[in-house]
Design a binder for this molecule. Sequence first.
Ligand code: COA
Ligand code: NAP
Length: 270
Amino acid sequence: MTISIDFSDKTVVVIGGTSGINRAIAEAFARHGASVAVASRRQEKVDDTVQSLKNLGAKHALGAAFDVRDASAVASALADFQAALGDFDNLISGAAGNFPAFGADMSINAYKSVIDIDLMGTIHVMKGAYPHLKRPGASIINISAPQAYLPYETQSHVCAAKAGVDQITRTLAMEWGAEGVRVNSVVPGMIEDTEGFRRLTAGPDIIERVIAATPLGRTGKTQDVADACLFLCSDLAGFISGQVMVVDGGVYLRGSGQLGQDLAGMLKSA
Ligand code: COA
Ligand code: NAP
């Protein structure tokens, strides 16, 4: 079977799209000819990504530097993207922060930093993008995490934030569905060669143990997550909304397993 994917008349905005998984998502849309806008805090990462998007075949590529914790900066940059590219067919919201830390050891500001980036940042992006969504037809994807539905030691801040992200997905899918706007979450599993993976690497043999625990017998690649986003933003997914799509080779079926205990052990022995 051949499935052809063509985003050449589509506008895609990827917030937090300048490294790792989200950059791979932006680049996948660029390869399929979309007009792509990316944003994150660091201008040099934005510039490097925009150049890559152009090289890969994006019809138009542009970027902006802002912090998702600043609601007015988010709204202003999204309005600029709309002015340059038109209404958004697809919006990916994936900026996030994470570090392993015990709840008892985290300051209030440590909790607040992660919740402000992951959860409030998602709200700022959804609110800022709302006036600029293509109606009908827009597809929004919030990049979530297994912490949304599985508790892990050292991850209480991320667990709280990402659970909120998935509930925003479900609730706004109901509220915005009548306007022809779909809202879904995508949950990456353990994705190799990413900042998130590096920060949660508990012990030298972690990759082997992740592979052993994963029914499909390998770690994830950024392209696996990008492929899921291409599908969810395509016409093939036109009746899918309010869903949390887990892209992890089936490892969630085993629950949080050993990883939380490994992370706790790593911090205790540090
Ligand atoms: N353990 C405990 N607390 C920590 C911590 C750690 N490893 N790292 C940061 N904190 C605390 C800081 O001490 C600070 O609290 P304080 O003001 O009470 O001291 C608070 O978190 C904010 O830290 P700061 O470095 O000022 O935040 P920032 O806004 O510059 O950066 C982070 C946000 C901390 C989330 C940073 O790791 C980041 O920018 N991450 C983005 C990349 C990333 O995490 N990628 C993986 C995505 S899954
Ligand atoms: P990453 O490379 O650190 O990507 C995070 C992106 O968000 C970067 O572009 C970063 O760029 C930007 N960003 C961070 N804080 C920001 C802020 N305050 N304002 C604006 N932009 C900000 O991490 P990743 O590992 O690929 O993770 C990407 C997404 O996948 C996240 O949502 C994460 O929760 C999710 N996830 C990852 C894994 C994994 O295995 N890696 C597993 C599950 C879920 P700047 O530094 O320039 O701001």
